[in-house]
Design a binder for this molecule. Structure first.
Ligand code: NAD
Ligand code: TDX
Length: 339
């Protein structure tokens, strides 16, 4: 079995590559990644020593390069993690989100049709469902919840989902889609909430909390997501969507306070800043379908996952110290100065 993992130099894709290399000792994995600001080849250094792994630098929107790669490698399965993934960046500059997330997905789908694959799997997100109100804890996203995206990021992911499902209906391409809640764990780029809290606390810098901090996210340890995707690509039914989440809803402010206490820092570092435009209130996944049909359940409890994650950032300072120099300083200034 030969699998193409796009976006494998990013957060979840790299964790997925390590999961697959260790769980499937007879599989070959090729990673295609453009190495944008969010992609990091250092993350894949241990994988690069494995003879069953190959890295190819390239852009999923580059049709010629993608077709050439498919022609040479003859993939059985394609798992598409490659995306622009940060909501705040999509608010400032939506165009690249449409290009990578929609057009890039279309190029991959066309290559799958042309060269024949047994499965194309699209890594999607719970954000395509929009948000839920804070005062209705009885409501959850199911696979039947209508698409109702709020940000340019989630709209681009929703567009990609619709295309993927259209290629199933129109051309019979064997596709699956998974929509996961917020991930956390090793190799998470420090522009996202949990690694940003950790990195700022380690520098005794303020923690910017958007709005009132009451918004709710449904957190899942990244390894649990990888296990779910592994199951979907092997046992999922073509044409189907699977929600992935572990019923772990937390207010942002409670996540911030938990990480502060884990690191023994002061809550005085909490700073409330101007809210995100269009900020989704609550995400909450109903994972009944993947549990019932594929037997998946999350294994890592949030309090244990947070401990492991904080420890990983303490043990791997050189990984993130590299990332927060240079371009990241400009990003941080632009995003948070005078906010
Ligand atoms: P990330 O931003 O950490 O990584 C994205 C990777 O894609 C990077 O390595 C980047 O270099 C690569 N990439 C970007 N544009 C590319 C292009 N045009 N061609 C090839 N490679 C390109 O993202 P992540 O957090 O690991 O998310 C991975 C996927 O999972 C995304 O599709 C995202 O929408 C989805 N997702 C993320 C979360 C989350 O909590 N992070 C939750 C649900 C779904
Ligand atoms: O500085 C911050 N302060 C803050 O209060 C940042 C970066 C975020 N937040 C809030 C906004 C959100 O309510 O924390 C919450 C989490 O924010 P992000 O880490 O940016 O994640 P989110 O917007 O929820 O999107 C994530 O989950 C779904 C991923 O980035 C997406 O790729 C995925 O699809």
């Amino acid at each position: 079995m030969k699998i193409l993992v796009t976006g494998g130099a990013g957060f979840i894709g790299s964790n997925f590559i390590y999961h697959m290399l260790s769980e499937h000792p007879d599989y070959d994995i090729v990673c295609l990644d453009a190495l944008t600001y969010a992609g990091n080849l250092h993350t894949l250094e241990p994988a690069l020593k494995n003879s069953r792994f190959k890295f190819v630098k390239g852009d999923i929107t580059d049709r010629n390069a993608v077709f050439e790669l498919f022609k040479n490698e003859k993939f059985d399965t394609v798992v598409n993690f490659a995306a622009e993934s940060h909501v705040d960046r999509s608010i400032n500059d939506p165009a690249i989100f449409l290009s990578t997330n929609v057009m890039g997905t279309q190029v991959l789908l066309d290559a799958c049709r042309e060269f024949g694959v047994s499965r194309f799997h699209q890594i999607s997100t719970d954000e395509v469902y929009g948000d839920l109100p804070l005062d209705r804890p009885d409501l959850f996203f199911t696979e039947e919840t209508p698409i109702h995206a709020s940000s340019p990021y989630s709209a681009s992911k929703a567009g990609a989902d619709l295309l993927v499902l259209a290629y199933y209906r129109t051309y019979g391409l064997p596709v699956t889609v998974s929509r996961c809640s917020n991930n956390y764990g090793p190799y998470h780029f420090p522009e996202k909430l949990i690694p940003l809290i950790i990195v700022n606390l380690l520098h005794d810098k303020p923690i910017p909390v958007y709005g009132t901090g009451e918004n709710i996210r449904d957190w899942l340890y990244v390894e649990d997501h990888c296990k779910a995707v592994d199951l979907v690509i092997h046992k999922g039914t073509p044409g189907e969507v699977y929600n992935i989440g572990g019923h772990n809803e937390m207010k942002n402010i409670d996540v911030v306070k938990l990480v502060i206490s884990e690191l023994g820092k002061s809550e005085d570092l909490i700073t409330y800043v101007k809210d995100r435009a269009g900020h989704d209130k609550r995400y909450a996944i109903d994972p009944t379908k993947i549990h019932r049909e594929l037997g998946w359940s999350p294994e890592v409890k949030f309090k244990d996952g947070i401990k492991k994650t904080v420890q990983w950032y303490l043990d791997n300072r050189e990984w993130w110290e590299d990332l927060i120099s240079g371009e990241y300083i400009n990003y941080y200034e632009k995003m948070y100065k005078n906010r």
